[in-house]
Ligand binder design. Structure first.
Ligand code: G2I
Length: 448
């Protein structure tokens, strides 16, 4: 059977004859939508724009925004320098304006970005080591908690991989706190807002190359170890062309078990601009786990790429050829999102071996995130319970990848359905967040 979009086009092209012959009135579902957001929604996707709170009073800007888009991303208002200008003093005024704009439109709100080596407040730029790690995790926890339940997807970590052929991490003050800073950030974000999709976001990862392969390897590693990650953002700040393997690159991430999103699309002006926009849109439509597209601004005059005219509307707010090519590509349809859920892979052979557990703490004044690794002995484990003691005065406030009995004093954590079975010598991880100080003694582990 042709994909939904193809069927829709066929119905349209042979219009009345087909409908009369079939004797059914299905024309309503076959109509092409006339705005980007409405058209994307027909396949369960969103079409969004990065917006600036300071421009919402511009009537042309807000007219286009509210007419065309069903997702918003704050261009700068939720970044670290904006939300925590002084350590532990949070300012959500700009971010809340974007959030409320999105809510008033019934739009999805993408949170951007909890941790990034750029746009850090001055106080964080001058920190390092454990102090910076704790401050960063506290930042993630506080901001994600403030917006808890309201954000569709967070860019938890932005641009942490190096350009060039290494496929490794970029050097930064955050990277120098230890290679596990990204997973610590994702765990803290999950604990603070369990319903937000958690994304890693980067640029120059739009085709198959060393950098995107490095990110893919991180995703696979996180999935294998139970580190929460739900999506990867491909910024797609493009020149006059698009990598030939753009769609294949999206697909290989989708195949690794994450949603993919085009998060900051803009394309240099030139004779090919409309074609590149169409190719990006078609690629997303062809990948069922591609949940939506965001352009990085509304009019050319709103773009960070001064003089490149890289957006869908000109300086006066008129639709460009690129706009029409995107709308047509959306209306041509594609795979539906969300895709049908696929059955999980069969569990490994069950076993009855012993297990052990160890705790890593990321603490700050008054709280902590604990990461617990459960390791099987020389035989496979078929279910486990980890028991530990929470120091008096503190309590467990949330748990992921396990369920807890009790929140203070003696607390035990039982595996969830997907991580109970551990092969001989293998391990899995779960985590929890707490108030007060974290557990100090080595936990006990009971296999069952
Ligand atoms: O650089 C383009 C984008 C690359 N990916 C991450 C995005 O977050 C990033 O967005 C841009 C914004 O579009 C710019 O608006 O990030 C820039 C900062 O690296 C933003 O520029 C900054 C200016 O550098 C500041 O001088 C200004 O105070 O915008 C700030 C707020 O207007």
């Amino acid at each position: 059977m042709p994909p939904l979009g193809r069927r829709r086009v066929l119905l349209l092209s042979s219009a009345a004859a087909t409908v009369l012959a079939a004797g059914v009135a299905v024309v309503g579902t076959a109509e092409a939508a006339s705005t980007l957001g409405a058209s994307a929604a027909q396949t369960g996707r969103y079409f969004g724009a990065a917006i600036a709170a300071g421009k919402l009073g511009d009537s042309t800007y807000s007219r286009i925004l509210t007419t065309e888009f069903n997702s918003v991303t704050p261009e700068n208002e939720m970044k670290w320098d904006a939300t925590e200008p002084n350590q532990n003093q949070f300012n959500y005024s700009g971010g809340d304006r974007i959030l409320n704009q999105g809510i008033s439109m019934g739009a999805k709100v993408r949170g951007h970005a909890l941790l990034w080596h750029q746009q850090q407040p001055g106080w964080a730029q001058s920190m390092s080591g454990t102090a910076l790690r704790n401050a960063a995790i506290n930042h993630v926890t506080q901001v994600a908690t403030h917006y808890r339940g309201k954000i569709y997807a967070w860019d938890v970590v932005n641009e942490a991989f190096a350009d060039g052929g290494s496929g490794g991490r970029r050097d930064s003050n955050l990277q120098r706190t230890g290679n596990d800073w990204i997973e610590a950030a994702f765990r803290a974000a999950r604990a603070a807002d369990p319903n937000a999709k958690l994304c890693y976001n980067d640029y120059n990862t739009d085709g198959v190359n060393a950098k995107s392969t490095g990110v893919l390897n991180m995703v696979k590693d996180f999935k294998a170890r139970g580190v929460p990650i739900d999506c990867v953002g491909f910024q797609s700040h493009l020149g006059t062309g698009i990598p030939g393997d753009y769609q294949a690159n999206l697909q290989r991430f989708a195949d690794a078990g994450v949603d993919v999103q085009i998060t900051e699309l803009d394309v240099a002006q030139g004779s090919n601009q409309a074609n590149v926009y169409a190719s990006v849109t078609k690629a997303c439509m062809a990948v069922s786990r591609c949940t939506g597209i965001t352009v990085w601004g509304i009019r050319d005059s709103d773009s960070w790429r001064t003089g490149e005219n890289p957006l869908l509307f000109d300086n006066s707010g008129n639709k460009k050829a690129a706009y029409t090519s995107v709308l047509n590509a959306l209306n041509a349809g594609g795979t539906n999102n969300p895709p049908p859920s696929s059955p999980s892979s069969p569990p490994p052979n069950p076993g009855t071996g012993a297990c052990s557990a160890s705790v890593t703490l990321n603490s700050w004044n008054g709280g902590y995130v604990a990461n617990v690794r459960v390791t099987a002995g020389s035989a496979a484990v078929n279910g486990w319970t980890v028991s530990l003691t929470i120091p008096s005065g503190g309590a467990v406030t949330s748990t992921w990848s396990a369920t807890n009995s009790g929140t203070s004093g003696a607390v035990s954590f039982r595996n969830v359905s997907y991580n109970g079975q551990i092969p001989a010598g293998g391990n899995t991880e779960f985590g929890f967040q707490g108030t007060g100080t974290g557990p100090t003694a080595t936990p006990s582990c009971q296999a069952s």
